[in-house]
Design a protein around this ligand. Structure first.
Ligand SMILES: NC(=O)c1ccc[n+]([C@@H]2O[C@H](COP(=O)([O-])OP(=O)(O)OC[C@H]3O[C@@H](n4cnc5c(N)ncnc54)[C@H](OP(=O)(O)O)[C@@H]3O)[C@@H](O)[C@H]2O)c1
Length: 326
């Protein structure tokens, strides 16, 4: 089978299209023919060995996949050959065939495309976990999303809107803000141009922002925290800016607010039943037309580096997908 992988850490040049032996499922596992792989910002970090852990080499990008079950390992029940499923696998997705634990599979309902299923697991999954399980977001509250046009950001915009919030998109250009608005944001702030703290405060007078969803970190973090409401929640999602902010803790005391860590990967591993239920809920919303995940572009397997470069160069709105069968 064809695989895109890297044998040493580096930039896009380290990625190679290679042949590898087709895997077969062991007990409790399934073999999936991969139709779509969702790429994420963390794939670019893993390639450069800048992620929270170092992947074992050789390694393929792609932590979320959708496809068709080709074979069942011994003891697998409740799934069948030919069934369409999606799975979070952490990595090694950019290949024609994947073996994974059967417990990772979530059936894809009719009416949900492979691209949408693969692209929704992590980004929308993180947003749903963050708003529902971590922030207890209530209809009518205000939510500011930093990096609102990226994969994680636009998913948060869509989810917050679906949950009845008033959504303020924060991004680096008018085009990105227009894109976030087309996915449900009520207002937009260009943080390259505006005074972020003051504009957030003005938009959410007199209380301030109830929930901040921060995918960016860096210089945007403290002004956003300073604009939060009494008993607000500041959700720490990621540091796409490359800078981990240091926050004066007196702000948390003065606002009676919470800084809440959100680590979806750990959540999915620690609470698999809840994770599968959340994913099934997201698929149902897509099927019912309540969520419309945006696919920026789909690339064939041999153009995986091009797909990842788009993410690294900050050019993506929504998700980038690789189709290993094309
Ligand atoms: N905690 C979790 O469980 C979890 C789950 C998913 C993702 N994440 C994290 O969330 C962050 C965003 O992920 P993503 O997949 O949405 O990435 P993405 O699609 O590339 O979006 C990242 C956004 O960050 C902004 N940004 C600011 N400085 C940047 C820089 N130097 N390079 C690249 N982007 C920059 C960009 O928006 P502007 O141009 O508008 O500034 C971009 O749209 C990452 O740090 C990722 O690891 C965390």
């Amino acid at each position: 089978m064809r695989v895109v992988q890297f044998n040493e850490f580096g930039g896009m040049g380290a990625l190679r299209l290679e042949d590898a032996a087709a895997p077969s499922p062991g007990a409790g596992e399934i073999l999936i023919r991969v139709m779509a792989v969702g790429l994420n910002f963390f794939d670019t970090l893993m390639l450069r060995d800048k992620y929270q852990f170092s992947p074992k080499l050789p390694f393929s990008p792609g932590g979320e996949i959708a496809g068709v079950i080709e074979a069942l390992g011994e003891g697998v029940t409740g799934l069948e050959v030919g069934q369409r499923v999606a799975a979070f696998i952490g990595g090694n997705g950019c290949r024609e065939l994947v073996v994974t634990d059967a417990t990772n599979a979530v059936p894809i309902p009719d009416g949900v495309s492979d691209e949408a299923a693969a692209g929704i697991i992590i980004t929308h999954g993180t947003a749903l976990h963050a708003f529902k399980d971590r922030a207890d977001l209530k209809a009518g509250e205000s939510v500011a999303v930093l990096g609102a046009a990226g994969g994680a950001g636009v998913a948060a915009v869509e989810l917050a809107k679906l949950m009845g919030a008033r959504v303020i998109a924060v991004a680096s250009s008018e085009e990105k803000l227009a894109f976030a608005k087309s996915h449900g944001a009520d207002e937009g702030i260009d943080y390259n141009e505006a005074d972020l703290k003051q504009t957030l405060k003005d938009l959410t007078k007199p209380n301030g922002v109830d929930v901040v969803y921060d995918c960016v970190g860096g210089d945007a973090a403290e002004p956003s925290l300073r604009a939060t409401a009494w008993e607000g929640r500041y959700l720490v999602i990621g540091f796409a800016s490359g800078k981990i902010p240091r926050i004066p803790l007196n702000l948390v005391l003065l606002k009676g607010c919470e800084i809440v860590g959100v680590f979806w990967t750990s959540f999915a591993a620690r609470e698999p039943d809840k994770h599968r239920a959340n994913t099934a809920q997201l698929f149902a919303w897509v099927r019912d037309g309540k969520l419309k995940p945006h696919i920026h572009a789909t690339f064939p397997l041999e153009e995986t580096a091009k797909a990842l470069s788009l993410i690294e160069d900050r050019k993506v709105t929504g998700k980038v997908i690789v189709n290993p069968q094309s």
